[in-house]
Design a protein around this ligand. Structure first.
Ligand code: PLP
Length: 368
């Protein structure tokens, strides 16, 4: 099991530590859409409750078709079927482990600091890991240095776009060059786009899948659609040499019937997506501005639904200070390359964000 401190959202453990009720905590540590689960899904689950009395389709055909329609809406007129580009999973996390199990890389490069599960999966299968460290003096941006770090002894590169926890998105031209270079060097490029739905103007690398069989794209539905407890993600690739055996070795029915139902209907919920973009556009800007006005913080510009910052007061434990305001934020001390002075906060509702800003204002006025 992953250690509880490795991810956000550990409200139970943190509440216990401070003698609080988990329900009373305002959780800024997990990056989940504050609009909550779409009403369309809630209604569909209630309506179709009895689907738990049957096994789900072992191939999840309708789910895969829905994902294909979403990414390749032109498929009805195109002779090529994209369904075989897709493997859905019980959350994106399951697919990270299954992909590593299937491809068995001997040597991997991870762009750090990043989501911890790539390293855990690679370690489970005894892969040697090199870390490409993003640098604070480069604003944690992915730069051309990454191209220079590639070599033909690598089997794969793990890159998260936008990156968690730094929130930054590499330039599209750099990603194209990475694709070219990894293909030339025969390196599998595993790109985690779990938060990219929060950037409506950025389609990610889906269009490159057909030409680059070394590309594997990971998507999660748990953040954008606020269903982390339901578990649903998918992997996209044109590489049938990897996807076919990966499908064959998996345990059957790991996606529960409600999650599969969610995948079948959620892409059609355009009203929910629109409402999410409207909320995010306003609140991303407002929270970023609010945090940036605090002299104690160096705030990195967000692209998705969370904001990363550094605290410039070395003797203050900001997570602890905020817990006294019943607010939980994610400290980033356990990420390689970061320290106890780095933090990440989710962007939540206007009211919650204001509460966070007010609590921070109070903490800094006392600390000054
Ligand atoms: C970058 C990134 N990828 C994948 C995941 C896992 O998502 P899922 O809930 O679909 O397993 C997370 C969860 O925090 C994440 O931050």
């Amino acid at each position: 099991m992953a250690k509880s401190g490795q991810h956000g959202g550990n409200t139970r453990q943190m509440a216990e530590k401070y003698g609080l009720n988990a329900e009373d905590l305002l959780d800024f540590s997990a990056n989940i859409n504050p609009l909550g689960m779409p009403q369309t899904l809630r209604d569909a689950i209630i309506d179709q409750m009895s689907c738990v009395e049957r096994y789900p389709d072992i191939d999840y055909q309708q789910l895969h078709q829905a994902i294909a329609r979403h990414h390749w809406p032109q498929q009805n007129t195109s002779p090529e079927s994209y369904e075989n580009y897709i493997v859905a999973g019980n959350g994106a996390t399951e697919l990270i482990f299954q992909w590593v199990q299937q491809t068995r890389p001997q040597r991997a490069l991870i762009v750090e600091p990043t989501f911890a599960e790539y390293r855990r999966a690679l370690t489970r299968y005894s892969c040697d890991i090199e870390a490409f460290m993003l640098r604070e003096e480069e604003g944690f941006e992915v730069t051309e240095r990454l191209l220079d770090a590639l070599h033909d002894g690598l089997d794969c590169l793990f890159l998260c776009t936008p990156n968690n926890p730094t929130g930054l998105m590499p330039e599209t031209t750099l990603l194209q060059r990475l694709l070219q270079r990894t293909a030339e060097l025969n390196i599998n490029l595993f790109v985690d786009e779990s938060f990219i739905d929060f950037i409506p103007e950025n389609p990610g690398l889906t269009a490159a899948l057909r030409d680059f069989p070394n590309l594997f794209l990971l998507r999660s539905m748990t953040k954008f659609y606020a269903i982390p407890g339901l578990r649903l993600g998918y992997l996209l690739s044109s590489n049938q040499q990897v996807l076919t055996p990966l499908r064959d070795i998996r345990e059957p029915w790991t996606i529960n019937a409600f999650a599969a139902l969610g995948g079948e209907i959620l892409f059609e919920d355009h009203a929910y997506a629109k409402q999410t973009y409207r909320w995010l556009k306003a609140e991303q800007h407002a929270l970023y501005q609010g945090l940036s006005q605090l002299p104690a913080l160096t705030v990195y510009p967000p692209t998705a639904n969370y904001i990363f910052f550094r605290l410039n007061q070395p003797d203050l434990d900001l997570q602890d200070a905020l817990m006294h305001h019943k607010i939980l934020i994610r400290h980033c001390a356990n990420y390689p390359g970061l320290s106890a002075r780095h933090y990440r906060v989710a962007i939540k509702s206007h009211q919650d964000n204001q509460q966070l800003l007010q609590a921070l204002g109070e903490i800094f006025s006392h600390a000054a």
